[in-house]
Design a protein around this ligand. Structure first.
Ligand SMILES: [Zn+2]
Ligand SMILES: [Zn+2]
Length: 124
C-alpha cells in the first residue's frame, strides 16, 4: 500500500458547463489551472442528463480566465470565447457582440467587464 499526500493541493483541472448562445445546446469546457489563471483547453458536447450526473453544474472556479491557443471553441458553432450572464451561467461568445441573449435564462444582456468566476451552478 502506498499513500499519496494530497492535502493542500487544490484541484488543477475542472469541467464547467456552458450553453451555445446560438443553438442553446449544452457543452463542457475543461479548464486547467496554471498559476492564478484558469486556462480553457478543451470543449466538448455533453448531454443534459450526463452534465448533472457528473456534477458539472456544481463546479465553480474563481480567478482569471484565458483560453489556450489550441482551444477548439464551442463544439456547435466554434465561437472561441465565453460570456457569463447575471444568472451565473456561461455561454459561448464570439468576442465581438455588444449584446448576448443568455441561452439559460433568456435574458438579453450587454457585455461589460470580465469574468472572475465561472460556474454551471443552478440557482444564483
Ligand atoms: Zn456556440
Ligand atoms: Zn442567464
Amino acid at each position: 500500500m502506498s499513500y499519496a499526500d494530497t492535502s493542500g493541493t487544490r484541484p488543477a483541472v475542472t469541467i464547467v458547463s456552458a450553453r451555445c448562445s446560438h443553438t442553446g445546446r449544452l457543452f463542457g469546457i475543461r479548464f486547467e489551472r496554471m498559476g492564478e489563471t484558469w486556462v480553457g483547453t478543451w470543449a466538448f458536447a455533453i448531454k443534459e442528463a450526463r452534465a448533472s450526473r457528473e456534477g458539472y453544474d456544481r463546479n465553480e472556479i474563481r480567478g482569471q480566465f484565458a483560453f489556450d491557443e489550441n482551444y477548439p471553441g464551442c463544439p456547435y458553432c466554434e465561437e472561441q470565447s465565453l460570456v457569463q450572464c447575471s444568472c451565473g451561467k456561461a455561454a459561448c461568445y464570439d468576442g465581438k457582440a455588444k449584446k448576448v441573449k443568455c441561452p439559460w435564462c433568456r435574458t438579453q444582456g450587454v457585455i461589460e467587464g470580465s469574468v472572475d468566476r465561472l460556474s454551471g451552478g443552478r440557482d444564483r
